[in-house]
Design a protein around this ligand. Structure first.
Ligand code: PRX
Length: 656
């Protein structure tokens, strides 16, 4: 950690104040901080009333009488989909483009607020005809096509909760998420286009719903299937329904009912420190308030003129808050792109920016680093002059990548907002405000107006400026998670136990404040890895590895990696019996692929090392720190607490 602090400290010389031109038209000014400092809850109440349309106005703001279970705007009622759709149409903005959709093969669709509203109403009618209502859960497993957005909004419109599962996850991952949430319906597609090929999705759904032991029954009653690629699919007549057979015929009249502010909006699973993913629960009024507020102010959204593009998949929280709820609540015009940045050639994203005149572009450092590697000639062949603001999310952006992003993509002038937040926080917590904050490449910078963040030591005492510690939220915030689905105890243990006496939320990130008070993120302090901005748990990958017949024991670490931030590195001990029968030939590669099948390709280890022992303390705890040293090719650190101090030299030899 100290190494990164030194490196970061040397970056403090580079600073970029907002240009007078940008500041002159910026949506957010310093007065937001002043208002929030005067009366934090009053500030959020004002924002919520201004940004959203409440069917029944709230009179209470925050109810923190039973911490850590927060309620925001509890006695108010609203319909989230109405806020994202109907009200814009009612305001005469029906012809405004909601999405410029671009499929990977090059097919395009222009979707206005009026047509999106109509389509959502039809789907809502289909779903409610099947008995989907408030209190139900619907799993969504889709490519990045307009129907994915429609599905999410139709579920929200009915007051049910969606659980979007990233299309890159395996059938096992999908199954455990369907089961944990008790989903009644799955919405999917035959497949989607990625890297120039039609990738199947429906077979994973079939498999997730099949192969159950006797007596074990899936909660799922129906599967609604969009035809995207036209590939062959297996069909279960009692369960499966084509989207095109029911949606176009359904009525486009549907009145949005209002639901309480704390009605569940969605569950989104994310990796934690133990094997099974946590179902992070978000509710309606507070979530939408903060998603809309941050989207408008941090991205400086001028909805009449801006074209905004967030490249995140809808399977992640960034896709939820900044490709669906925040932008649509604000009436933004967005780009929605189905495929990968390299198809059919590396400049595809820049083509899209040029074609649609994208002015606000929000992406991840891992993407920026891969573009850097390809070279500036590729973006420089395109006209990117429409861009006026860039955003980054998911992991720390290294200062070199920040500078490249600004110079090459942002013509050396666009502000970059580096936004820190989490699945759990629901919306951005730390970021610059582009018309106000003096930017420092590599720092996420300052808590947003109305957000209380600190860096503390392990007793919860603030470390002050120019020091490092743990990142916490010291006050509840509107879009905070309301719990872990079905597991209140785990919710309390994971986030609130660490600083129980102070009532702080423990984010799991290390951070440092510089002498100006700006915040620099230093990565996770727990067993969670961040690979290309995706969260992966060491425990989850370890349990996938030991589920293989060859494996006796496994230990996984995140090793630093130039391209992906961190990379998964696994150390595996094989079963004697397996070794005798089959030998170890080709097994490392097999295990890599196995993890990909079990969890999804993003979890595939970069390296699998077959070893004969693992470094353990006398109490049997694996010392990952030492394995990380090996994985990163460093001198192995202090081994004194190991039960057997020779283990590391054996491992080092085996890894070579
Ligand atoms: O470690 C932090 C890192 O990503 C984690 C949250 O991951 P997830 O819930 O998947 O959400 C990612 C998108 C919001 C955090 O605990 N992280 C996220 N954004 C940043 C970041 N680290 C540094 N800088 C960021 N801007």
């Amino acid at each position: 950690m100290s190494q990164s602090i030194d490196h970061l400290a040397s970056e403090e010389a580079r600073q970029f104040a907002p240009s007078p031109d940008f500041a002159a038209t910026a949506i957010a000014g310093a007065e937001l901080y002043e208002a929030a400092a005067r009366d934090r809850e009053g500030f959020w109440a004002d924002q919520s009333r201004e940004l959203l349309t409440w069917a029944k106005p709230f009179t209470q703001v925050l109810d923190w009488s039973n911490p850590p279970f927060a309620k925001w705007f509890d006695d108010g009622e609203l319909n989230v989909a109405y806020n994202c759709l109907d009200r814009h149409v009612e305001a005469g903005l029906g012809d405004r483009v909601a999405f410029h959709f671009e499929g990977e093969p090059g097919d395009t669709r222009t979707i206005t607020y009026a047509s999106l509203t109509e389509e959502v109403k039809r789907v809502a009618n289909v779903l409610s005809g099947w008995g989907i209502e408030r209190g139900d859960r619907v799993a969504i497993y889709m490519p990045m096509i307009p129907e994915a957005i429609t599905a999410v909004l139709a579920v929200a419109r009915l007051g049910a909760a969606h659980s979007v599962v990233f299309g890159g996850f395996s059938s096992d991952s999908l199954r455990s998420r369907i089961d944990d949430a008790g989903a009644k319906l799955v919405i999917t597609a035959d497949g989607g286009y990625r890297k120039g090929r039609a990738t199947a999705l429906k077979p994973a759904v079939d498999q997730a719903l099949a192969d159950r032991g006797s007596g074990e029954q899936a909660s799922v009653e129906r599967v609604l299937v969009v035809r995207r690629t036209g590939q062959d699919v297996d069909w279960n007549d009692e369960r499966d329904v084509w989207w095109h057979d029911v949606v176009p015929q359904a009525s486009a009249e549907h009145t949005a009912e209002s639901f309480p502010a704390e009605n569940p909006l969605f569950i989104l699973y994310t990796s934690g420190t133990t094997g099974n993913p946590k179902g992070i629960l978000h509710t309606s009024g507070g979530y939408l308030t903060q998603a809309a507020f941050t989207h408008k102010n941090i991205f400086d959204l001028h909805p009449e003129t801006d074209v905004y593009w967030c490249t995140a998949d809808i399977g992640w929280i960034t896709g939820h808050s900044y490709a669906v709820y925040g932008p649509l609540a604000n009436g933004a015009t967005q780009v929605l792109y189905e495929g990968t940045p390299e198809h059919p050639e590396p400049g595809r994203w820049w083509d899209i920016i040029e074609k649609y005149g994208v002015s606000i572009f929000y992406t991840a450092p891992t993407a920026v680093r891969s573009f850097m590697k390809q070279g500036r000639e590729i973006p420089q062949k395109r006209d990117l002059s429409s861009l006026r603001l860039l955003g980054s999310v998911g992991e720390p952006i290294n200062p070199e990548a920040w500078m490249w992003f600004r110079d090459v993509i942002g013509a050396g002038v666009t502000p970059i907002v580096d936004t820190w937040w989490q699945t759990e926080t629901g919306a951005i917590m730390i970021s610059a405000l582009p018309g106000v904050t003096t930017l420092k490449p590599g720092s996420a910078q300052v808590p947003q107006p109305g957000i209380a963040i600190d860096v503390v030591d392990d007793k919860g005492e603030p470390v002050g400026n120019d020091a490092g510690g743990l990142l916490v939220a010291t006050e509840p915030w509107p879009s905070m998670l309301r719990g872990i689905w079905g597991d209140p105890e785990r919710f309390v243990d994971t986030y609130w136990k660490m600083f129980a006496d102070k009532g702080f939320y423990f984010a799991g990130d290390g951070a440092r404040r510089d002498e100006d008070g700006d915040i620099w993120l230093l990565g996770r302090v727990d067993d969670v890895m961040n690979v290309s901005g995706h969260r992966l748990s060491t425990a989850e990958i370890e349990s996938a590895l030991v589920a293989h017949e060859a494996t006796a024991e496994a230990a996984v670490v995140g090793a630093s990696d130039e391209m992906t931030g961190e990379a998964v590195v696994a150390f595996v001990i094989l079963k004697e019996s397996f070794l005798k029968q089959h030998g170890a030939e080709g097994l490392a590669e097999q295990l890599r692929l196995w993890v990909g099948q079990q969890i999804g390709p993003i979890a595939r280890p970069r390296d699998v090392f077959i070893v004969s022992e693992l470094p353990k303390t006398r109490s049997g705890k694996i010392m990952r720190r030492l394995l990380r040293d090996v994985a990163e090719g460093r001198e192995v650190g202090d081994t004194q607490t190991l039960a057997d101090t020779m283990v590391m030299s054996t491992i080092a030899k085996q890894v070579k």
